[in-house]
Design a binder for this molecule. Sequence first.
Ligand code: 13P
Length: 257
Amino acid sequence: MRKPMMAGNWKMNKTINEAVTLARAIREQVNDVNSVDRVLCPPFIDIPMVSAELMGSNIAVGAQNMHWAESGAYTGEISAPMLKNLVTYVIVGHSERRQYFAETNETVNQKALAALAAGITPIICVGESLEQNENGETQAFVSEQVKAALAGLAAAQMADIVIAYEPIWAIGTGKAATAEQANDICGGVVRQAVGELLGDEAAATIRILYGGSTNDKNIGEIMTQPDIDGALIGGAALKVESYVAMVKTTDEVYQGE
Ligand code: 13P
């Protein structure tokens, strides 16, 4: 069975002090939840202090981005070897990075390969725009994003990869996909694409998250869907109460199964 994951993408929020305070409060409240993987993804500058705060806990830290090269003349960038001992996960290909920082399917693939080579689990983001959704292009577009991101990877590596389906129209809008819609794409498109590329076992192994306006109200229904293994949470992960509630609800859903 795939272990569910509640990953918080803090985006460009929280000073170092605020980040440590949030991580500490989360640790105090959900350190003992064993059925759900909890991942906190603060801004780069907060990572060392948050990692120190979570040392000895069973809550993991992730970065929000990284460069694919090991080192070199890439002003402002951070590499996998720099992150290696600080994080367990790294988000790659978030739609905000694709939109504002010109990330492409090719660079997302390079980042995923570099993360895996450093022993960091990539959380690869895919998802269509509102226009693509309205034009009926979701299936083809998302399937292509998945296959491009996984190019050059082997089936056995799918246990060390997470994919997050985040429709752009649902991010930060308060308009989440319905649980059924999200499940249809996570299963019928993302998992399907992994299967076409790497076989049934790889498809059954890989964890697929949904992201886009998830909160403590809608997470229960989302987590009862068979092809959704967790959430990549934006706004609701910035507040202790909502993030903790989402972890606890997921725990209840999975304990009940
Ligand atoms: P919201 O949960 O704020 O919609 O953000 C989702 C997201 O982009 C997580 O990566």
